[in-house]
Design a protein around this ligand. Structure first.
Ligand code: ADP
Length: 456
């Protein structure tokens, strides 16, 4: 049974139950109201009749007495119980009931309930009499009962409307869920990760669920595309050195080659082999970071000292005429993985030199901002075109492989690793760059990472 039907049935059942309970309650209330109303009316009318009663010259005068009024019958008895006036069917039954004064009794005859109220009237010099008022409760409540029957007859109609209404509401609320299921099934069967649920505007839980699924699908699609691109980039990167190695081997093996040429070929093969080895090592390092094989070892370190050390090391390796400027205040401490932070800084400074201009500069500055430290690596080099800025942290991404050709170590993996390490530290990295003006990489690290992320 579908959820829609279950909800509709449940609602209909509840509505019917509530209606029946209300009806029963109303009935019991109305019968008690009618009962007491009839009683009051009976007493009132009988007292009226008592007022109208009089004797003239010893004779009882009943001219002004209403013997039947408003469903109420008045019977007149002598003080010793002899019936003298008034009539009602089944009068014998009523006459059997002993006469009292000021008391209301009930009597049921053939399913009809009667209220009986007696009143003793003193005749002074004449004989006293009893007046007996009789009211049929059923007669008075007939209208209410008709109403009850009308309600009972229309009840199925109410239940039908309640059922249909509940089903319509359930159908409308379930529709988005069906769309979610349909889209998820389409994606899983058809591999079309670009499909979205797109429930449109709405703030209820189902819309929230749909939006969450859409975000999840987008992330899955992104991850899937990145994975595909990565595999194709790796194959592409390995294809060139492999082709060079094979070509060198073929040339050397085919023709008559001198010892010098053989050596040249072997050196070329060695260069390509080294390139492949570097690429594979860098890839492995990244994958290990990703999979948590490399564990981060967080310790409190003097970041000022660490940055200074990396700068000096990079300066000593510098080949061109670039200069390295430092703005590093002393004594800034933070909890980081020492080795990983060195790799991040070396990479950023190295890039600054690699993509710098002749006679240019790389400036490294460190600053303490509240509970974070900010490290900036700025250069006045060739810069990065705007359209590439969002992609430079991707694995194997190079802005322009032609402009990087002469940069021996360029593989497009450095910034991917930098970003990965920064993430492990719960920090952030941003880049600002203008072509031919320079680039600035800003790294923010928490002095005390919220969670000392144990990688692996
Ligand atoms: P690579 O090994 O190619 O340097 P990275 O991941 O370090 O790889 O950098 C990715 C790309 O971003 C580089 O190919 C380069 O084009 C660009 N890039 C990185 N740093 C800079 C910089 N300081 N100035 C200009 N371009 C840069």
């Amino acid at each position: 049974m579908s959820m829609k039907l279950k909800i509709a049935l449940y609602n209909t059942f509840l509505v019917s139950l509530v209606m029946i309970l209300v009806l029963v309650f109303m009935m019991s209330m109305s019968s008690s109201v009618i009962f007491s109303g009839t009683k009051t009316q009976l007493k009132f009318l009988l007292h009226d009749n008592v007022e109208e009663l009089y004797w003239r010259r010893g004779e009882l005068m009943l001219d002004d007495v209403e013997l039947y009024e408003n469903h109420i019958t008045t019977l007149v008895y002598t003080h010793d119980g002899y019936h003298i006036a008034g009539y009602i069917s089944n009068i014998e039954e009523f006459s059997k009931i002993p006469l009292t004064h000021g008391e209301v009794t009930t009597l049921e005859i053939a399913g009809t309930e009667y209220l009986i109220y007696d009143f003793y009237v003193d005749g002074q010099e004449n004989d006293a009499v009893f007046l007996r008022g009789i009211a049929s409760v059923l007669e008075v409540s007939a209208t209410v009962e008709t109403l009850f029957f009308i309600t009972v007859l229309t009840l199925p109609l109410f239940i039908l409307f309640a059922g249909m209404g509940s089903y319509a509401i359930a159908y409308r609320s379930m529709k988005p869920l069906e769309l979610i299921i349909e889209t998820a099934q389409d994606i899983s069967h058809g591999d079309d990760l670009s499909r979205r649920i797109d429930l449109g505007a709405g703030k209820d839980e189902i819309h929230e669920l749909g939006d969450t699924f859409d975000i999840m699908f987008s992330k899955l699609e992104e991850a899937f595309i990145a994975e595909k691109r990565f595999s194709s980039d790796v194959s592409h990167e390995l294809r060139t050195p492999t082709a060079v190695i094979l070509a060198e081997c073929e040339c050397t093996l085919q023709g008559e080659v001198s010892h010098g040429e053989q050596r040249e070929a072997l050196l070329s093969i060695q260069r390509q082999g080294k390139k492949m080895q570097q690429l594979i090592t860098a890839l492995l390092n990244l994958i290990r970071l990703d999979n948590g094989v490399h564990k981060a070892n967080f310790v409190e370190v003097d970041v000022s000292e660490l940055v200074e050390l990396v700068c000096e090391e990079q300066e000593s390796l510098l080949e061109g005429d670039c200069t390295l400027e430092m703005d590093i205040p002393q004594g800034i401490l933070a909890t980081v993985d020492y080795g990983m932070l060195i790799r991040v800084l070396s990479n950023l400074i190295d890039n600054g030199f690699k993509y710098g201009k002749e006679g240019g500069y790389v400036k490294v500055s460190l600053e303490e901002i509240g509970s974070s430290v900010r490290i900036m690596v700025k250069d006045n080099g060739i810069g990065i075109p705007k359209e590439h800025l969002g992609m430079i942290f991707r694995r194997l991404y190079q802005v322009d492989s032609a402009r990087n050709q002469e940069k021996s170590q360029s593989m497009g993996l450095g910034l991917a690793m930098v970003e990965q390490i920064v993430k492990l530290h719960g920090g952030s990295i941003a880049v600002d760059s203008v072509v031919d003006v320079g680039s600035c990489f800003t790294l923010i690290l928490l002095k005390q990472p919220k969670e000392k992320l144990e990688v692996g």
